[in-house]
Design a protein around this ligand. Sequence first.
Ligand code: GLC
Ligand code: GLC
Length: 645
Amino acid sequence: MTALTYDVEGLVRAAAASHDVARKQGIDELYARARRWGADLAEGIGTVFPAALGDELIARLADLIVSTWAARPQQLQERDRERLLMPDWFQRPETLGYVCYTDRFAGNLDSVVKHVDYLSELGITYLHLMPLLRPRPAPNDGGYAVADYREVRADLGTMADLERLADVLHANGISLTVDLVLNHVAREHEWAAAARAGDPKYRDYFYVYPDRTIPDEFEKSLPEVFPDFAPGNFTWDEDLKAWVWTTFNDYQWDVNWSNPNVIYEFADIALYLANRGVDCLRLDAIAFIWKRMGTNSQNQPEVHALTRILRAVARIATPALVFKAEAIVAPEDVVKYLGVGEYAGNVSDLAYHNSLMVQIWSALATRDVRLLSRALSRFPAKPTTTAWATYLRCHDDIGWAIDDADAASVGWTGYDHRRFLSEWFAGRTPYSFARGEEFQVNEATGDSRISGSAASLVGIEQALDLANEQVLDEALARLRCAYAIVYGFGGIPLLYMGDELGLLNDHSYVNDPERAADNRWMHRPEMNWDLAAARHQPGTLQARVYDSIKRLGDVRRTLPCLHAAVESRAIETSSRSVLVLARAHASGDLVQVYNVSPEWQRIPRHVLGSLKDRDLREELSGAVYEFVDDELVLAPYAALWLTGR
Ligand code: GLC
Ligand code: GLC
């Protein structure tokens, strides 16, 4: 280990002298940050790279830190200070996320400005604008095949527009998240183009093999992400005259992170985006960035060391920037993205809680929360400085990440339960309320995933077709219950565009040949601003959905016990259909009770633990809570947030 021998502060001081900024105002803060995060940087580099490569890399990164800092706009330096004074800004209960495609939400970056009021009305303080950097021409996997990380997609605007938008968002108390696609670049990206032209430096940015020998060896243990439209993990390229690693689509080339030039390039890109005003980078498909023969090449330990390097660089140069890991992986793997062991608290600040999302859907279909409770209770503790990003829907499909052992613990077979969920949400099971579609049916393994919007999956679409008020009431209650769990769990809830209005599946994508094969587009509708206007007309479907979701945010903001530093603990009850989540916080405890079934349920008062003998308030209704014969009596799909205040 060369790690501790690096003097990061010294390197930063030397770089400052050579850039002639050693006298610039505020430089002492930069040095202080280099002292604070230097060891993370050094240890990350020492873990991944041999000294021969590490020495040069760390010097280059020190130089990058200084040039980024020197160019950082004044108001962003101010933001750095604010965030260092309030490092838990993203953990606080007032933090609330919204996720959308720029074009589908507003048209372009400039027009997003016109809808900031809409976001503020919902209480949004964090906006994730999905891929907006210049992708290759379609098909481009919804923008996740980036051709230039320093340019905005032309129809959305320019980098200057993005900077302007960031300013407006900041002035309105909203942080900006954008995607940083780490695992791959478009075949048309300049690195890939140079590699195709034969430049050996850039061929080394990718995994390139002259024949099938090594790819075949890797394939023995690699799963397929898109078995349906992109089978296999390698693609023959005529220009390269070689096979290139392509985990996702054939036009998305995996980059080789064991090459120090690659991490330098991505550090440079991350800091470039930070200096445009981006507050959070969503680290797309991060699980895949390190390959190891004989494994599935996901979640390799080096991934965390690489993240530690990137984060340390960002903390020193642009500390307002945080990272959100998009690792859609098993529970024991996903917490590592927030940091366990030596990585505790020094990798990503946020990570998607995929398991919670999957388990909510499973609980709604089965009216049974046992699997959800078990899965949650097996989660190792996360660092107290980090937060989950909780969600019900996003732009991707739902993959049934149900653990076989968890399923067995409630007497089910993992495989059968996953099959059941696909059938149920595709609407093929009798009595199913859902209107989704299967995605990526893998004939070999029998696996499949599900596409569909929240409203269509919870039964709103079916209720409207049946024109049945009672069925509609039930579907609306189901949606509210699901979102109450997402808002109440702790962490940043991410509201997926359209869910606040109950937008249904949109089948128009089938008319676009570039999209027709990918049914994830059915849950990526355009915003319907006419329907949005109906949110203020009492009694409309939109008003009913909108009011219930807005209320969750309004109440959430007032509850200090929803701070992400504390964890929700699942408590098993006498009813299979009732989920109880308890949160212990110095400001007062919170116990949440959810009935995931369309039947009335009763549970004994003692499940409330610390609150069982208190006078209770149900925060979502704002009313005093009364027991019935010492029991909690729960209406279908009831969601109660109980406090002793
Ligand atoms: C991420 C995105 C997904 C995309 C994949 C490949 O998982 O969410 O939409 O297909 O990365 O970039
Ligand atoms: C898989 C990947 C995830 C990606 C998704 C795209 O689930 O693990 O990263 O978002 O596929 O649909």
